[in-house]
Design a protein around this ligand. Structure first.
Ligand code: GRF
Length: 198
């Protein structure tokens, strides 16, 4: 079966991207990363991509804090198209996705969020879960729409909250689950797209 051609957007250390790239290398995910793009020049995810021999591009975000300047987002679209990306994978990308990216890849942008959505959307969802006193949280892979962490859910994985958890221990446990569920969800998407149902 044909490989799913992905483009990854991230702002941080890139542990989800690493998990995806390693699953590809092990032959467990039938995909190929065509490009990794970041709005943070020093982001670990760009260094990781270079280490894997994958094209890594920094796109200066412009003057806004929570979204890319329209010209910057247009540049992201141009790069993704140039390398033939089919699915855009957000992996710790800390900005809202706007036009023209949404319009360029309708139903083809996915995100991972560290909670069982619709619970705890937004920033530091693991801290929200601790403050709420829930005994279980988790992570969610979902399609991206105009809202903040609101698009259709693709897959979820529950994670227990333990009595002595700190934000750091809980986030670390959620990340282990993220790395598994993101790879599995992308595998399903690859199968769906290349079997003609995408
Ligand atoms: C993850 O917790 C993810 O759920 C959230 O941002 C974090 C990214 O971590 N969207 P990493 O850069 O993949 O390590």
């Amino acid at each position: 079966m044909e490989k799913l051609k992905i483009g990854v957007l991230g702002s941080g250390k890139g542990s989800n991207y690493r998990a995806i790239q390693e699953a590809i290398a092990r032959g467990e995910l039938n995909a190929e990363t065509r490009i990794v793009i970041s709005d943070v020049e020093t982001a670990g995810i760009l260094a990781l991509a270079r280490g894997f021999g994958v094209r890594a591009e920094y796109v200066a975000p412009g003057r806004f804090r929570t979204k890319l300047e329209p010209e910057a987002e247009a540049r992201v679209v141009e790069l993704l198209r140039e390398v033939g990306v089919e699915v855009v994978v957000l992996a710790g990308y800390m900005r809202m996705v706007k036009e023209p990216l949404l319009a360029a890849f309708p139903g083809r942008i996915v995100n991972i969020h560290p909670s069982l959505l619709p619970a705890f959307p937004g920033l530091e969802a693991w801290k929200q879960a601790l403050s709420a006193g829930v005994s279980e949280t988790g992570c969610t892979v979902h399609f991206v729409d105009r809202g903040m962490d609101t698009g259709p859910i693709i897959a979820q994985r529950p994670v227990p909250v333990l009595p002595r958890d700190t934000p750091e221990t809980l986030h670390a446990r959620i990340q282990v689950a993220e790395h598994q569920v993101y790879v599995e969800a992308l595998g399903s998407i690859a199968a769906a797209i290349h079997s003609g149902f995408g």
